[in-house]
Design a protein around this ligand. Sequence first.
Ligand code: GLN
Length: 308
Amino acid sequence: MTGLTALTQAQLDAWVRTVSIQPQSGRLPDYIPLLATVDPNWFAVQVECLNGQTYAAGEQHCSFPLMSVIKPFVLLFLLEQLGQETVFSWVGMEPSDQPFHSLIQLASDRGFPRNPMINSGAIALAAHLPGKDSDQRCEHLRQWLNQQSGAQLILDQAMLASVRSLKNEANRAIAHTLAQAGYLNLIDLTLDTYNQICCLSTTVADLAKLGMLLVQPQKSIAPEHQRLVNALMLTCGLYEASGRFAVRIGVPTKSGVGGALLAVVPRQGAIACYSPQLDDAGNSVVGLALLQEMAQSLNLSVFGSATA
Ligand code: GLN
């Protein structure tokens, strides 16, 4: 048997042991002061299956900021509120081979953000979240996600203070380029909204619940919107490494610099990992190693052939 239904707790524990003892090539991000202070060896995983079965390993109590893992959910929310024609007039669907905060990419695209999984695209979308100020905009998204998924995301105020303490020149330059091209009006409000939604925090159990919004039929979410978000996660979710991991893992996956990694296994379930050491592209090293092990052993790739 293959697929997530073939998973056992003993097998998950064994894979976790294998990937945790591999030499660590990653490092903690240093540009957000508070992210640099976490224990680099923290690790947690939660698997939630469509049939209701769940599996967990590691330190379940650890909470972490979603950072870029919020991006697919901003997209999902706006697709639901405003529809695809409007949303894709603000952001493209093309993968990028540049880092997630690349200004060069945005400039070469004449200020039109390539996709919603990189900073330019997510900042452009954050400009359209409903609410009169950044607090309301973040709160509205937080409540919607919690209601839909049953998760309990909270805004990590200490992390937000740490993010706000930065000049954050890369994101500010991105916002200015978007504004010059006519894709953004209120630079400060939008950047603060973006910073807040990146600081929504959770545990792997709740992150897996969020992931199920992209797997399970939902009363108030269109299947077409789930499909669009999943496709963009697969092609763009790991930034410049997306193509490589589409081959190695083969399921929609999204990373964040907080160390979170979410994989959606279409029609089967969601896998949420947390491990804060990152590779050069900003993706969790241990998270990706575990996903690779699981995807290959359980034949999770959406590109695999039928099994006997
Ligand atoms: N808040 C982070 C930033 O803009 C999110 C980026 C990420 O997780 N890759 O730098």
